[in-house]
Design a protein around this ligand. Structure first.
Ligand code: PEP
Ligand code: MN
Length: 338
């Protein structure tokens, strides 16, 4: 249920209603919107609960939440959420541009990329230090050394850092260096990890699993929100289908669909979604045209030499050209890169 407070309800009234909700054995989640404050009351609904809450001080109405994901739903929070993490702003009209190498490989590679993407208009730097690789024989990432280089790149450029965390026991370590923790496609349904990042003060970029439905993605986000972390971005990075001309199949319809169902910002990843550099700029532009709140793309000084995902990475010039196009599309759909 959602307890909708009256416009201008006092903090005491909100606190009182939170106590009432919890006394009924429900979990409370306060969402302060620009229009109104609501308390999501989550748990098993029993007889008389609605009536009992409705009579509380400062309460406008008590409504059922129909969606299986509660805190993530638009029903609970009609206005869009803007996630702000250092230099990165995503959602509610802000278009975030996250760019950088698939993997952090060296100081030279990372700092050169950070400077180039910043100059071309990126608002955050991506780079994997812990890499989830299909084969155990592939490069697994520089781990903490890579995290240190990412922090150095932030010092040099001011760009917020987005990097993946693969295991519960690494959440604090990665959070020490990063502004945004990425939960990768392979871990979207690692519920212990979702709970662990839900306890982190860092923002989260949650990628869609390659075979996950929209509902599963939203319920995964719900795990994070439920732990008290409100700064969750959802990322469409393509799903596995029978098609083989692209690495994955990236459904652009996901963007407006998710935006209808949730207040959380939606980011599109055309690099993993297509798997081919030459397809990335057009699909990035398509995602923005469809209303995406952010894009995440792979950029490398020399893609042929990349230690991972080079075939889908842009070089600096290609990224710069893509940004010229994306800026124009963003303007057409009233999004600001800031
Ligand atoms: C990545 O961002 O480099 C990555 C491994 O992404 P995904 O989890 O979407 O495969
Ligand atoms: Mn990659």
């Amino acid at each position: 249920m959602i307890v909708v407070m009256q416009k201008g309800a006092s903090q005491e009234q909100v606190d009182y209603m939170v106590e009432r909700v919890e006394a009924l054995g429900l979990k409370s989640h306060v969402i302060v919107g620009t229009e109104r404050t609501v308390i999501a009351a989550i748990g098993e609904k029993r007889e008389q609960m609605k009536e009992s809450l409705e009579s509380g001080p400062g309460v406008a109405e008590v409504l059922p939440i129909l969606a299986p994901y509660k805190v993530a739903s638009r029903e609970v929070k009609p206005e869009p959420t803007e996630v702000i993490a250092g230099s990165l702003r995503v959602g509610a009209g802000s278009l975030g541009v996250i760019a950088g190498p698939c993997s952090v490989e060296s100081e030279e590679q990372l700092i050169a990329t950070a400077k180039a993407v910043k100059a071309a208009g990126a608002t955050a730097l991506r780079g994997g230090a812990f890499k989830p690789r299909t084969s155990p024989y592939s490069f697994q990432g520089m781990k903490e050394e890579g995290l240190k280089l990412l922090a150095l790149a932030r010092e040099e450029t001011g760009l917020a850092i987005v990097t993946e965390v693969m295991a519960c026991e690494d959440v604090d370590l990665v959070g020490k260096y990063a502004d945004v923790l990425q939960v990768g496609a392979r871990n979207m349904q690692n519920y212990r990890l979702l709970e662990a990042v839900g306890k982190s003060p860092r923002a989260i970029l949650l990628k869609r699993g390659a075979s996950a439905t929209m509902e599963e993605l939203l319920l995964a986000a719900e795990y994070i929100l439920n732990e008290g972390n409100p700064n969750v971005m959802l990322c469409e990075r393509g799903i596995r289908t029978f098609e083989s001309h692209t690495r994955f199949t990236l459904p652009v319809a996901t963007v407006p669909y998710l935006q209808a169902k949730t207040h959380l910002p939606v980011v599109i990843d055309p690099s993993h979604g297509t798997g081919h550099t030459y397809l990335v700029p057009a699909v990035a532009a398509a995602g923005i045209a469809a209303g995406a709140d952010g894009i995440i793309v792979e950029v490398h000084p020399n893609p042929e030499r990349a230690m991972s995902d080079g075939y889908q990475s842009m070089n600096f010039k290609q990224f710069e050209e893509m940004m010229v196009k994306c800026r124009r599309v963003a303007e057409a759909v009233d999004k600001v890169i800031r």
